[in-house]
Write a protein that binds this ligand. Structure first.
Ligand SMILES: Cc1cc2nc3c(=O)[nH]c(=O)nc-3n(C[C@H](O)[C@H](O)[C@H](O)COP(=O)(O)OP(=O)(O)OC[C@H]3O[C@@H](n4cnc5c(N)ncnc54)[C@H](O)[C@@H]3O)c2cc1C
Length: 417
């Protein structure tokens, strides 16, 4: 059996390890644009110079030792599902019996006048992170479009290095998917106190560049305010890498559509990770779930099924975000931004002996926990996550909402809205 995996990251590597557990004889090849396997989750640290390339490099789990061929720095350009082959940028053609597409996503660059050109980056790959770090040697003013997870983490890291950091966001507060207004304002304060300049609810309009060498000079906002900008970083979303798959007739909307076994509409062609679109367990919508643990889970399921086993997706969600901003930890579970007015909002507040405030916001529909936001003290996050994804009935279990670890939190005040 010949297995080919396109993409050597969370989903691809998890699939390869699983295939090898089930089938120790098949020929197994991973093709990856990347030089090696690394953690994308820490790229903001590389961009700021806080982490070396070696620190984000991940062990291959001894892939070569278990007979897996890793073809690094190769790009798949074409797929022929009738001939069961993939074609590479170096003109090699590889045959497969079972194929996994685990190509992840690329940066979405907003359609903004002046956006394409030098000194404009995304933060998706190691090369992006190294380019931003290199830019720090000469540039002073860094402007980030998008205050989602990537934008906020990058802003918090870059500002520590002494450069000027501007953060632009369409919404009124950072992390609009994960935080409510109150915690969003707290997050804004943490960033602003650290020196990040915030421009919220004021979309970017034009990136002005110097005519002589195209270097950016200023980003103009819709309000016509101009922000000095030497480097523009776009962190306003991603696009799934589906190009060659679509051309080969694989069904895709925002991502490649997969069933519970991670199979696409084509026989023997599987997809997993950020590139794949599947029903989210929490909100019931078919969508991309661009988080690392889900990519690993889908990769494992695809690997088992590719090797002839049986596994299916039970829990699929990208709606768990754990983040630390300037030393304050918070976790958002479910979809805070999609909370409905008819849901019941429980708020627990506590201030510890050092004066640090923690807040827990829990939304229920009276029966089921829909989302949870833990600010400052993230105890019991696992418990709430389990309740959200399994949608179990928690009505009548008020102690559950209070949290099993209430003793660790001390005295809280509670309100129900
Ligand atoms: C800055 C940053 C911070 C993040 N922080 C977090 C976090 O805190 N928590 C969390 O859960 N998630 C986080 N994520 C998201 C997480 O990194 C992704 O969900 C995860 O990497 C998805 O894994 P994947 O294998 O599906 O795709 P990717 O990791 O995107 O890997 C895709 C692979 O496919 C290869 N590839 C693409 N096209 C081709 C082609 N045509 N030919 C050959 N190879 C190809 C790429 O080189 C790469 O190896 C973060 C992401 C970024 C960028």
């Amino acid at each position: 059996m010949k297995y080919v995996i396109i993409g050597g990251s969370a989903a691809g590597i998890a699939a390869a390890a699983e295939i090898r557990k089930q089938d120790n004889k098949g020929e197994l090849t991973i093709i990856s644009k990347d030089k090696f396997y690394y953690s994308r989750c820490q790229l903001h640290m590389v961009a700021s110079g806080a982490a070396s390339v070696d620190r984000v490099r991940l062990p291959h789990a001894g892939l070569e030792d278990i007979g897996i061929k890793f073809m690094a720095e190769k790009t798949v350009l074409g797929l022929d599902t009738a001939a069961k082959t993939v074609s590479l940028d170096d003109e090699q053609i590889l045959a497969y019996d079972r194929l996994l597409i685990a190509t992840g996503t690329k940066t979405f660059f907003p359609p903004l006048e002046g956006v394409s050109g030098p000194w404009t980056f995304g933060l998706r790959n190691l090369d992006d992170a190294l380019a931003i770090n290199e830019a720090r040697k000469t540039a002073k003013n860094f402007t980030i479009i998008g205050a989602g997870l990537v934008g906020v983490e990058l802003a918090a890291e870059l500002v520590k290095t002494g450069v000027n950091v501007n953060l632009i966001e369409l919404a009124k507060h950072p992390l609009p998917i994960q935080l409510d207004q109150e915690c969003g304002d707290k997050c804004s304060k943490l960033l602003a106190d650290a020196g990040v300049k915030l421009y919220f609810g004021n979309p970017a309009k034009v990136l002005h560049r110097r005519p002589e060498d195209s270097k950016p000079v200023a980003l103009e906002l819709t309000s016509e305010e101009r922000i000095d900008t030497d480097v523009l970083i776009c962190a306003a979303g991603v696009i799934a890498n589906t190009d060659f798959a679509r051309r080969a007739g694989i069904d895709a909307r925002k991502g490649i559509i997969i069933d519970d076994r991670c199979l696409t509409n084509m026989p023997d062609v599987f997809a997993a990770g950020d590139v794949a679109e599947h029903i989210d367990t929490v909100n019931g919508l078919c969508q991309l779930t661009a988080v690392w643990p889900t990519a690993v889970r889908q990769g494992k399921i695809a690997g088992i099924n590719m090797a002839g086993g049986t596994a299916s997706i039970k829990i699929n969600t990208g709606m768990k975000t754990a983040i630390s901003v300037m030393g304050t930890h918070f976790i958002s579970l479910g979809q805070i931004c999609a909370s409905k007015p008819q849901w019941c909002k429980h708020i627990f507040r506590n201030t510890d002996s050092r004066g640090d405030e923690s807040i827990r916001v829990l939304y229920t529909d009276g029966k089921v926990l829909k989302s949870a936001l833990l600010w400052g003290n993230v105890t019991d996050a696992g418990l709430y996550h389990e309740a959200i994804v399994t949608r179990r009935d928690i009505s009548g279990d008020y102690l559950f909402l209070e949290g099993l670890d209430a003793a660790k939190r001390g005295k809280e005040t509670m309100s129900i809205l």
